[in-house]
Design a protein around this ligand. Structure first.
Ligand SMILES: *Cc1c(COP(=O)(O)O)cnc(C)c1O
Length: 398
């Protein structure tokens, strides 16, 4: 017998749960892309995107996923032969660096492994060692979704300043935007990339690139930028099609309008607080389970844990068997462990992740935790007692 028939819950770190409001806004016939309400609606998105990113500067979008946003951002500020510095704290840090390598950059990686945040002193040392200022940009994951580490982006700005280094600070907020506090302007971030399908609650298909004046200057100094990735016409469109470099992502724009309305109605500070409490509830449950079994939070230091996703280590084969049980018996799909072991290695089955980004509330989190608890019991996986009580206590505290 399966108890999965009912509303399924995709608790993976993106794509995230889509609100009914977003789905309803997208459920319509094709709009006119030359005049009419879509044009005004798209104009209205830009200031609201800026508010989410906490920037006064340029906001652009591309039809594409997070990888497209990575490439779009790089294509505007680095040329073949330019050096970029990549402090990597998981699979996604390496991924952005690899994107830069594909564009012909000389990629200098500082690998902090899979369980630790940036060591800002080591980054500062690397910047100081670059006396000729060959490094044009530092590519930093705010949250690396594979390890679920949260990095200190304001601290990275301070490290750049302390080293007196002019490199652009580029932040990947694809997982964190709308989940973990992020202050683009106050933290001195020059370029920020995001995507629609995580904290922004819209299906995959939109990549966002935000950029400030120092990045605009770097773009102006580029010998050439591919027409499609060039952010200049997208940031200052004379014609509507220039926002998207062609046909607009029509339905995504309606969905995004609805999502931004929800975000601003709740308030970004309230959204960060909600993600914080829900994340603490999940961590409290995981700590309790870990007291009597193999489960362990991948990131030990609470201050460096993402509030959008939690990576867990539980030992093979429990990660995979638990995921299969919760999906097929309880209707809750958990995330695979990404980048922790090579697929094909038996160890690969010893990890999983809980996505808790975007349109997620207390009963969804309690439901997911309850399904995991039931899975432990059904599969005879050793675990400590009191996990659900610990999560409930955290939620009651607020
Ligand atoms: C999801 C994610 C990406 C990749 O986004 P895609 O839409 O899958 O291309 C990159 N970086 C981070 C931090 C992410 O969470």
């Amino acid at each position: 017998m399966s108890l999965a028939h009912g509303r399924p819950y995709l608790a993976i770190p993106g794509p995230s749960v889509m609100p009914e409001e977003v789905l309803r806004a997208m459920h319509r016939s094709a709009p006119n892309i030359y005049e009419g309400d879509l044009v005004a609606l798209t104009d209205s998105l830009i200031p609201d995107l800026r508010r989410v990113a906490r920037t006064e500067h340029a906001a652009t979008f591309y039809i594409g996923n997070g990888h497209a946003a990575w490439e779009a951002a790089l294509a505007n500020v680095v040329a073949p032969g330019d050096r970029v510095l990549v402090p990597a704290t998981g699979r996604f840090g390496h991924g952005w660096g690899d994107m830069a390598a594909g564009l012909g950059c000389d990629v200098q990686v500082i690998d902090f492994g899979k369980r630790s945040p940036f060591d800002l002193n080591r980054i500062e040392d690397a910047l100081r060692a670059d006396t000729g200022h060959r490094i044009k940009a530092v590519l930093a994951s705010h949250v690396d979704t594979s390890s679920s580490v949260l990095n200190d982006i304001a601290g990275l700005r301070a490290a750049l300043d302390a080293a007196g280094h002019p490199a652009l600070l580029m932040a990947d907020c694809i997982a964190s935007l709308g989940c973990d506090r992020f202050e683009m302007d106050a933290w001195g971030v020059d370029v920020m990339v995001a995507a629609s399908q995580k904290g922004i609650m819209v299906p995959p298909g939109l990549g966002f690139v935000f950029f400030g004046p120092r990045a605009a200057d770097a773009r102006a100094r580029m010998e050439r930028v591919s027409r499609y990735w060039d952010w200049v016409p997208r940031a200052n469109p004379e014609y509507f099609f220039q926002y998207s470099g062609g046909t607009a992502p029509t339905h995504h724009l309606y969905g995004l309008r609805a999502a931004l309305d929800m975000i601003h109605a709740e308030g970004i500070e309230a959204i960060w607080a909600r993600h914080d409490t829900l994340a603490r509830a999940i961590w409290a449950a995981c700590d309790a389970w870990g007291q009597g079994g193999p489960m362990e939070l991948n990131i030990a230091d609470v201050a460096h844990r993402s509030r959008a996703v939690t990576s867990l280590r539980i030992g093979a084969p429990h990660g995979t068997s638990l995921r299969k049980w919760t999906e097929h018996q309880a209707g809750v799909t958990l995330g695979i462990g990404l980048g922790m072991a090579e697929p094909g290695d038996p160890e690969w089955h010893g990890f999983f992740r809980i996505g808790h980004m975007g349109h997620v509330n207390a009963h969804m989190v309690m439901g997911a935790l309850g399904a995991i608890q039931a899975g432990f019991v059904a599969l005879d996986i050793p675990h400590g007692a009191g996990a659900l009580d610990a999560a409930a206590a955290m939620m009651a505290r607020g």
